[in-house]
Ligand binder design. Structure first.
Ligand SMILES: *Cc1c(COP(=O)(O)O)cnc(C)c1O
Length: 736
């Protein structure tokens, strides 16, 4: 290592490396990379909302070159680019060992939304976040994987709360130049333009590539000069407009997605439909086979072999259904190309093919033309088998071929920066000792020591087993981390509420710097405000909750966030109710609502809260994933035994609300659950949190945190989940 300033050629190489990296989302789950962009422009990092691409527009090329004259900074950049290079060029991956056939014939993964990071706000909620996490883990294990979605140029809405505490929506135009996407070009270096037939029109689209580590997600975009305005606007918003917009978006996603893959020369062995939105892809696969001269029955059989389907909700309204009129109008051309009568065509999406009034259901189409299907938790698998039994005449509920793979989260992506450093420091010696020292890695940017990719272990069971040992990790260290994370959340919340208040010119009557107490038991709730998630449930026992909040020795406080769908007035009333309580009731100061829930707010909350509350109406949650983001930060779940928590909870690693069963009547369920929630809070959560030893340490509580880390982090990761998809669905090994 010399102290000589980098040469001009080296500076060019590093600057180019930073530009390439800014357009690869790998930086969103790599701590050093984020620190470098932050260091380049600390204010920009905050104001541009952690956007590496925008930072490199903010910092001129001239400035960047001069900054790289700093030997120390250049050394950091070089080290980070070496890690990126090593990650990108790794050959010895899990997939290479376990399922090499998926490298040649990859997985095509279709999802109407993908949630990656706050700079790319094109997800509406958990489904998109799951798709994003699936993609990141696919990259981590070296899977052959191509995602397909749409480029919503106004993204999902930004939430503002009005004077009347009513949610209002606004949309920001995303500028491709300023976000981590790149145009997909043809061999002539021009945008690749393809088309689909929708109604009587040919609709043209181009595509954008999102680089997610080693894999790509393609976002289809109809904003082409060749198109009429109504088609240019087709890809304006996530789930925007009415069912006509919806069906047209889904034609683009399914049919257009397959055409893009073919234009890129890809021959996937698996087409994975993440939710029914993408199911029209099977029609395009059928059309391709018929066009090549295959008989209809053979075409269906072959298409089935290529397709797998994941259903995500037992909520009826979550399954797209289209009327025969709409289907006929939008898909007449494709119907003709498939050589089907209209009734037979509609039959592909009907449970009862003879029922001419039955609408066309995307889930039905997906289930009929997939070789395998699954729900997203054990309970959801079982509920789905009941729900779709009608599609499998002669089969008992248990025989219905819908399995389950429980959702997870991408651990390195959700782990807050300081926590990543915490684990790295804790494990440094061990990582060095256990790494095969012959495996130093050569990269374009220098040599890396063995064990450089320690983050790859963050979703391994072995890694988290270590936490059980107090000699490895002390209670005191865990507790200090908890205090730090709680304070970061509280200070973040105060700042955000100050800004919210200023917008409503209410800055004067709330003492923002006194909102929430840094020592108090902090309970978080954040997710979409779909009514079945019952956000205000805990306040049903209002007088009692006020007493808990005001207990001078054992106070509790609440942080809420979440968006209601723009057309869901009931969800908006829930938001209004909670904000009203936070401003005008005796809970003022102990209850806050953070506007505009997104990935960044989520990360602050799942790390800073002590308890993560989830109280859906069972069994409607399907899986839920936000609670999975908490465990590596030392936050504990308090949840109904629905979705993933029914599998995760073992009596020692958090708290359950109610039993592993539920009454049929909704009223009865709401009443029981509200009582059980209050009981769990007062009999278990609060006493355990506040039971301190002579040094002020809650040993029992920390014991639960430890158990949560040992039992939950690896198990409920997308690392485990994607490997399950490979082993059970993408490339199942022949049964011995
Ligand atoms: C994790 C996450 C979700 C999903 O949360 P659930 O608990 O599954 O409802 C939704 N939105 C954002 C921004 C998230 O980060």
């Amino acid at each position: 290592m010399t102290n000589a300033a980098p040469t001009p050629a080296e500076i060019t190489e590093l600057a180019r490396g930073l530009h390439t990296l800014s357009r690869n989302l790998w930086w969103t789950w790599n701590q050093e990379a984020q620190e470098i962009f932050h260091e380049l422009s600390p204010r920009g990092w905050q104001n541009l909302y952690h956007n590496a691409v925008a930072i490199l527009h903010e910092v001129s090329d001239a400035e960047l070159r001069v900054r790289l004259l700093d030997v120390e900074f250049a050394r950091k950049v070089r080290g980070m680019l070496a890690r990126f290079d090593a990650y990108m060029s790794e050959k010895d991956t899990w997939t290479a060992k376990e399922a090499p056939q998926l490298l040649k014939n990859p997985v095509a993964y279709f999802s109407a939304e993908f949630g990656f990071h706050e700079t790319l706000p094109i997800a509406a909620g958990g489904l998109g976040i799951l798709a994003g996490d699936h993609t990141k883990s696919a990259s981590d294990i070296g899977l052959g994987f191509h995602g397909i979605s749409l480029f919503y140029r106004e993204g999902y809405f930004q939430q503002q709360i009005s004077q009347e505490n009513w949610q209002t929506e606004s949309y920001n135009l995303l500028k491709p130049k300023n976000i981590p996407i790149e145009p997909v070009l043809n061999s002539g270096g021009e945008p690749l333009v393809l088309s689909v037939e929708i109604a009587m029109s040919t609709v043209y689209f181009h595509a954008w590539r999102v680089n997610v580590g080693r894999v790509s997600v393609y976002l289809l975009d109809c904003d082409r000069p060749e198109n009429e305005q109504r088609f240019r606007d087709l890809t304006l918003r996530v789930y925007g407009g009415d069912s006509t917009t919806r069906i047209m978006q889904e034609v683009l996603l399914g049919v257009g997605g397959v055409r893009l893959l073919r234009a890129l020369g890809l021959q996937p062995s698996v087409f994975h439909m993440n939710e029914g939105h993408a199911a029209f892809l099977v029609l395009e696969l059928l059309r391709e086979k018929l066009a090549s001269g295959k008989a209809y029955a053979d075409s269906v059989a072959q298409t089935r072999k290529e397709c797998i389907f994941t259903t995500h909700t037992p909520v009826e309204a979550g399954h797209d259904r289209f009327t025969p009129d709409l289907m006929g109008y939008v898909l007449n051309k494709l119907q003709a190309e498939l050589g089907l009568s209209f009734d037979d065509f509609m039959g592909l999406g009907r449970v009862d093919v003879k029922n001419m009034s039955e609408p066309f259901c995307m889930t039905v189409l997906a289930l009929k033309v997939s070789r395998a299907a699954n729900g997203v938790s054990e309970l959801h698998g079982s509920v789905s088998r009941q729900m779709w039994q009608g599609l499998f005449p002669g089969k008992t509920v248990d025989e219905v071929p819908i399995g389950s793979i429980t959702n997870g989260i991408h651990v390195p992506g959700w782990m807050k920066g300081p926590v990543r450093k915490f684990w790295q420091r804790k494990l440094a010696a061990e990582i060095a000792a256990s790494s095969d020292q012959s495996k130093v890695v050569q990269t374009r940017f220098g040599t890396l020591p063995a064990g450089w990719n320690w983050e790859a272990r963050l979703d391994s069971v072995d890694f988290w087993q270590r936490v059980a040992d107090p000699a490895f990790l002390s209670d005191e260290e865990i507790w200090a981390l908890r205090y730090r994370l709680r304070r970061e959340l509280i200070e973040f919340t105060r700042r955000r509420l100050l800004l919210q208040g200023q917008r409503l010119s209410q800055g004067d009557f709330i003492a923002f710097d006194q909102l929430l107490k840094p020592d108090a038991l902090t309970i978080g709730f954040a997710r979409r405000f779909a009514t079945y998630k019952r956000a205000p449930l805990v306040f049903q026992q209002f007088e009692n909750i006020v007493k808990l909040a005001h207990d001078p020795l054992r106070p509790v406080q609440f942080v809420f966030a979440g968006k209601a769908h723009p057309r869901d007035d009931d969800g908006k009333r829930f938001i209004q109710h909670i904000i009203h309580l936070s401003k005008f009731s005796e809970l003022k100061g102990s209850l806050v609502f953070i506007e505009n829930y997104d990935v960044h707010v989520a990360r602050m909350m799942v790390s800073g809260c002590d308890v993560w509350l989830n109280n859906p109406r069972r069994p409607l949650e399907a899986s839920g994933t936000s609670g999975q983001k908490t465990s590596c930060h030392g936050c504990l779940n308090l949840s109904i035994l629905d979705g993933w928590w029914r599998e995760g909870y073992d009596g020692t690693n958090g708290f359950a609300i109610g039993e592993d069963s539920h009454p049929d009547s909704i009223e009865e369920q709401d009443r029981l659950d509200s009582e059980s929630l209050y009981r769990a809070l007062t009999e278990q959560v609060i006493p355990s949190f506040y039971q301190r030893d002579a040094n002020g340490i809650p040993r029992q509580w920390i014991g639960k945190i430890r158990r949560a880390m040992v039992t939950l982090v690896a198990q409920f990761s997308t690392g485990r989940m994607v490997r399950d998809y490979v082993n059970n669905y993408y490339a199942p090994k022949p049964k011995a």
